[in-house]
Ligand binder design. Sequence first.
Ligand code: PLP
Length: 391
Amino acid sequence: MIPYGRQNISAEDLLAVENALRSEFLTQGPRVAEFETALAAYVGAKFGIAANSATSALHLACLALGVGKGDLVWTSAISFVASANAARYCGAEVDFVDIEPETFNIDPHALRRKLDHARQTGMTLPKVVIPVHMAGLSANMAEIRELSDEFGFRIIEDASHALGASYLDFRVGSCRFSDITVFSFHPVKMITTGEGGMCLTNSDHLSARIQSFRSHGITRDPSEMVNHYDGGWYYEQQNLGYNYRITDLQCALGLSQLKRIDDFVRERNDIAKKYESLLSDTGLALPEVPKGTLSSFHLYIVRTDDPSGLGRKRLFESLRAQGILVNVHYIPIYRHPYYQRLGLYRAEDFPIAEDYYWRCLSLPIFPGITDEQLGDVAAAISNRLGHQTIF
Ligand SMILES: *Cc1c(COP(=O)(O)O)cnc(C)c1O
C-alpha cells in the first residue's frame, strides 16, 4: 500500500520525544516556547503561538481579529473545511471565492470582482479573507494584499500545506502580506507533532490576543489585571477562551522535525520532478510552479481531461484497487451538507472550482517514497489511461 502522504520519523525524533517524556514537564514546559521561537525564526516572523491543531489556530486567528456575529469571512472554494469552519465558530457568515485554474489558489481577479460587486450593491464587505496555499504553492499574496488595502479587510493565510515554501523573497509564514499565518502539523503535513498547529504574526497585539484565547482567556500578569491583584495565587479570566494548548511532548517532536524541513521540501520537489518525467505522456495535466515561488509540494495534484468526472473516478478506483491510496483534495466546501443547509451558495458561482473538483487527483508524495513506488504509480496510471483510450 502506498498512502498519498505520511510522516517521516527519524531516530533523532524518537530520542527527542523520549527526553521530553523523562523531563519535568509533559505540557507547558520549555519546549513549547522553543518550538514557537524556532519556527518563527525559520519563517521570519516576530511571534509564533502554537496550538493543538491548525483548526484551533485558525479559530484563534479569527478570534484575535475580532471576527464575530454579523461579520463576513471569505475563503477559497477549494480547501479543507477547517478554513471556513473557523469563521463559523465565531458566528460569522462565510462566503467563497473561485480559484485560479492553474494554481488552484484563490483567484485575485475573482476576488476583485466579488469585492466590487459587494461594494456597488451595498452589501457587506468581508472583515477577513483567508487565502489557502493549495498543495504548498503560495497564493498571489501581493495582489490580495493590494485588495485588502483598498477594501479594508484583514488577511489570515491558511498555510497548512506550505511550511518551507516561499513566495517572492519571503518564506511563507513571514506575514509580509498578511496579519496572521497558520500552519498545521498533522502527520500528512510538512512536519508533524501528531496533532498541532501554529499562528505566526508580526503584531504584539494579535500575538497577545491569540495567547489569551488559547488558554481560557486567563492572564497571570499582574500588570494586566482589571481588578485588584490579591496575591501570588491570583489570576483573571478576562475573555471567553479555550484550552487549545499544545503539549511539550508534541513540541519536542516538532522541534526535531523542524531541523529537517528544508530536506523535506527538497525531497518533495525531487519527487515532483520525477513524476513530471514519468507522467509526461499520460495526457494528465501536471502541476506548475510559477516563477518566483517555491512550492513545498505537500500534495502532487494531477488533473484528467474528462470534465464529466468519469475519467477521474475510473482512475481513482483503479489505483485504489492496486493499493495506491490516491485522494481528492478537495470537495468544494459549499458542497458539504452543512454549508448547503445554509442555503447561501450556488455551484454556478464557482465554475473553476467545479471543473477542478471533477478532474483532480492527488498522487502519493512524501519523504521516503522510493523510486520503485513512484514507478509503480506511474505504470498503474499509464496502464489505466492507455486502456481507457481503447473504448
Ligand atoms: C490540514 C488542514 C487544516 C487543518 O489542520 P489540522 O491541524 O488537522 O487541524 C486546515 N486547512 C487546511 C488547508 C488543511 O489542509
